[in-house]
Write a protein that binds this ligand. Sequence first.
Ligand code: F6P
Length: 550
Amino acid sequence: MFGKKKETDKTRAWKKLAHHYKAFRKTEMRDLFKKDPQRAEKYNIVLDGLMLDYSKNRISDRTMRYLLALAQERKLKEKIDAMFSGEKINITEHRSVLHVALRNRDNTPIYVDGENVMPKINEVLGKMRDFSEAVRLGKFKGQTGKKLTNIVNIGIGGSDLGPKMAVEALRKYWGKGLNCYFISNIDGTACCEVLNKIDPETTLFIVSSKTFTTIETLTNAKTCRKWLTDALGEHAVAKHFVAVSTNEKEVEKFGINPENMFEFWDFVGGRYSMWSAIGLSIAIMVGMDNFDKLLDGAHAMDEHFKTASFDKNIPVVLALLGIWYNDFFGWKSHAVIPYDQYLQYVPAYLQQLSMESNGKFVSNDNKYVKYNTAQVLFGGAGTDVQHSFFQMIHQGTTPVPCDFIIPAISHNEVGDHHEILIANVLAQGEALMRGKTVAEAAEELKKAGKSKEEISFLKKFKSFPGNRPSNTLIFKKIDPYSLGMLIAMYEHKVFVEGVIWNIDSFDQMGVELGKQMALSILPELQGNALGIRHDSSTNNLIKTIKKLRK
Ligand code: F6P
């Protein structure tokens, strides 16, 4: 499909798994649970208050043995060590991948090109502490002397999704009187809707962009800058704008004093950057002590990932299960469903993390891969999504493995809401695993007094195939530490997948072509010339839109 050169999938473990799949694919989880009363205890990992139950998966000990052998064969241990020690594992961009250094709470030296990166990381963390405290205490004031209470992050992709997700997840930890807004989309509506709600005198804009060349972010930042200076004059920029970037030159060009810039580095990928100064909005909203706890939680997961044996390693097990379904069963999607309103943006965050990292078709050996790489990841907060896409999860033709995420205690324990919520998520996992046979459905209909004809007609519609896998992740309560663990867990899951698929999880060349073409279409939309260099469909679309906008 992608050319002549193909990455081989004929490794020993892969072949064994393919063979095992044929023999095992019809095995019912119902039966596996019946046969082994210890199954839940066996397929279970606990780390620091976080529990992964992966017993509701289509696996046996043999499956796990072969999957773990695949990880060994792909030299996962060496690859993990290479990442943590700063080796340039992003081979297409020749960069180290060191988001783990941002939360290296032991402060052990990590070297890139012979330089220990920890001092500069600690320096920026110190600068973030000083600034976030000054804003929270009202010491860093706006142009007219008022406290800055509206924090607006302008960024997109990795410079938006992580902070947005974490700020929402930690809403209960927000400083009193503070509000946070995120402007990402180039759609003017995104910008206008935020600006309509806030007062320039009390607003702090954080322009977050690794490259500081992203058209959406720079266009939004310019519009916000104009809105501010129209109200408060040019001098106000120094008091109301800060930047987070790796590109000091462009920050200065934009008109933000480099003193008001928080630095990060090429060894931090955009979608892995919420632990850097890109998390400044988080630090201001929840305080730097809580930001530190977020880093502590992520560090605990890093240590686990680095040191736990693979059979007891949460990110490794999650990744191997995903590969089992994606590459052997051929199920190409995966749903993540947090049962907590505060975690509502986790699926959107994970979409970029997973699909931008692993949606690749060329291997590290410069060959076209011939197995499936990133799954389609989607999700949303439960129980809402039970009333939208769960019909397909239960009765659709292709199973969609799910991750259910449940905090045992809610920040808002009102009446029996939380118990109803938990009952629902546990019921979903059980229902997906057990299903309901046609005979069981018929029996139920009989008990409900239905006629023979009705039973015979309805029984298939009312049956559930079951045998559909899910992982359940439980922790006590959402707090900065548990959130840090959870997000780092998914980062490392994505890393393991990349290693097994032998792809570079740390570039994103697939986003470039669309950007390039947009640049060529823009002048045609703005000028009088009709598009002539495109296909007839694109030409016609340009023509129609121009007519409508006249
Ligand atoms: O969409 C591509 C991308 O480069 C993402 O990887 C990144 O997170 C986003 O754009 C924003 O980039 P920047 O932080 O450089 O503005």
